[in-house]
Design a protein around this ligand. Structure first.
Ligand SMILES: Nc1ncnc2c1ncn2[C@@H]1O[C@H](COP(=O)(O)OP(=O)(O)OP(=O)(O)O)[C@@H](O)[C@H]1O
Length: 339
C-alpha cells in the first residue's frame, strides 16, 4: 500500500487498492460515487475519478487541504454542478435521475444561508421553510420548533439573529437544513470561521445528530476536527482520493508505524552503545539524548540495561507517530491541527 508503511490489511483503502465503492453494496451506503470527475472549463480537474463509499449511520469526514476538491464534490453530490463523468448514488438511488425523490431526505449546508439580522432565529427559519418546495404551511410551526430544539436554540428562538453568537448562527444554519426528517446531512466546512466555543458547539451538534441515526458527511481541512467528530474518513489530495475507511483503522496505521524510544542522558555515546547491543535500529544521537526504533524490545528492559551499564538516565519516553504523521504521509501536506 503506497504511503502507508506498516499497514497489514483492514478496511482503509487507498486509491491503489480495489475500490471501496466497487465492493460496497449501495444498500449499506448513504453515498456512493464511481469515477466521479469534474473538469472545469480551462482544463482544471478539480475532482479526479472519485470512488467514495459512505456507510449508512457514519459520521464521515471528508478531509483534505484547501483546493483539494471537497466543495466541488459536494456540489456534484447535490446536483448543483454537473460531473464531467462518473456516477453517484444518494440513499441508494442513482442520481441525478432520482434527485426530486432523494433531496427532501437530504439536508445540506454548502454555502452558509443568508439570514436577516433583525429577524429572530425563528422568523428566519419561517422564511426558509416557506421557500421549501414541499413545505406544508399548516405544519410549519411544528417543523421549525423541532429544528430549533434539535440544535439547542429553542430558548433563543425569539432572539434577533444579530444577537446570536457565532456558534448559535451556525447552529441556526444547521437547523435550516433540518426542517424535515433527514437521513443524510451534508455539511461543507461547518466550523470554518467559528471561534473555539462555536466550533465546540457545532461539533457536539454533529455528534448528536449522528447519534439520532442520520448519516453525516462533513468536509474539513482540519485533522483535529475529523478526529473529534468522525467514525470514518476519506482523504483527498489535489482532486484524488488518497484513502478512506474507519478512523480506527487509520489509528492502527499509526500504531503500525515505527515507534521510537528516546533516552535523555548526558552519556549519549554509552547510551547508544547499550541500544546497539540490544539490537535496536535507526539509532540517532542528539544533544543529551539518544533515540532508536523500539522494535519488539520492551522499554523496561531497555531502561534496566541502561542503568545496569551505569548510564545516567534522566528521561525515557516511547514516541508513537501522530495521526497527523499518517495523514501527512498520505497527502504530502500538513493539516492545520489547531481547531
Ligand atoms: N467554478 C470553478 N471554475 C474553475 N475552477 C474551479 C471552480 N470551482 C473550483 N475550482 C477549482 O477546483 C479546485 C478544487 O476546488 P474546491 O473548492 O472543490 O476545493 P476544496 O477542497 O473545497 O477547497 P476549499 O476548502 O478551499 O474550498 C481548486 O483548484 C479550485 O480553484
Amino acid at each position: 500500500m503506497s504511503g502507508m508503511p506498516g499497514h497489514t490489511g483492514g478496511a482503509v483503502l487507498t486509491a491503489d487498492e480495489p475500490s471501496a465503492a466497487g465492493t460496497a453494496s449501495a444498500g449499506d451506503c448513504s453515498i456512493v460515487t464511481r469515477g466521479l470527475t469534474k473538469r472545469f472549463q480551462g482544463g482544471q480537474v478539480a475532482v479526479n475519478s472519485l470512488d467514495l463509499a459512505v456507510p449508512r449511520g457514519s459520521v464521515f469526514g471528508f478531509l483534505g487541504p484547501n483546493g483539494s476538491g471537497k466543495t466541488t464534490t459536494i456540489r456534484m453530490l447535490l446536483g448543483l454542478v454537473a460531473p464531467t463523468s462518473g456516477s453517484w448514488e444518494l440513499l441508494g438511488t442513482p442520481m441525478p435521475a432520482g434527485v426530486s425523490g432523494v433531496l427532501p431526505r437530504v439536508g445540506a449546508l454548502v454555502e452558509g444561508p443568508a439570514f436577516y439580522p433583525y429577524l429572530s432565529g425563528e422568523a428566519n427559519l419561517r422564511r426558509y421553510d416557506a421557500a421549501g418546495p414541499s413545505a406544508d404551511p399548516r405544519t410549519a410551526g411544528m417543523r421549525i420548533g423541532l429544528a430549533l430544539e434539535r440544535v439547542g436554540l429553542a430558548a433563543a428562538a425569539r432572539k434577533r439573529y444579530r444577537a446570536y453568537s457565532l456558534g448559535m448562527r451556525q447552529r441556526l444554519a444547521i437547523a435550516a437544513t433540518l426542517l424535515g426528517p433527514r437521513e443524510l446531512l451534508i455539511l461543507d466546512e461547518p466550523t470554518n470561521g467559528l471561534d473555539p466555543q462555536g466550533t465546540r458547539e457545532v461539533r457536539g451538534l454533529v455528534k448528536e445528530i449522528a447519534a439520532e441515526g442520520t448519516t453525516v458527511f462533513v468536509s474539513s481541512h482540519l485533522l483535529a476536527e475529523v478526529e473529534h467528530m468522525c467514525s470514518h474518513v476519506a482523504v483527498m489530495r489535489t482532486g484524488r482520493l488518497v484513502a478512506q475507511g474507519p478512523i480506527a483503522e487509520f489509528r492502527e496505521l499509526r500504531a503500525g508505524e515505527a515507534v521510537r524510544i528516546r533516552v535523555e542522558s548526558p552519556d549519549t555515546a554509552e547510551a547508544a552503545a547499550v541500544l546497539a547491543a540490544l539490537g535496536l535500529d535507526e539509532i540517532r544521537l542528539g544533544d543529551a539524548e539518544v533515540s532508536a526504533e523500539l522494535g519488539a524490545e520492551a522499554p523496561e528492559r531497555i531502561c534496566a540495561a541502561l542503568v545496569a551499564d551505569g548510564v545516567a538516565v534522566r528521561g525515557l519516553a516511547v514516541q508513537r507517530p501522530s495521526l497527523e504523521d499518517v495523514f501527512v504521509g498520505l497527502t504530502g501536506k500538513g493539516f492545520d491541527v489547531d481547531g
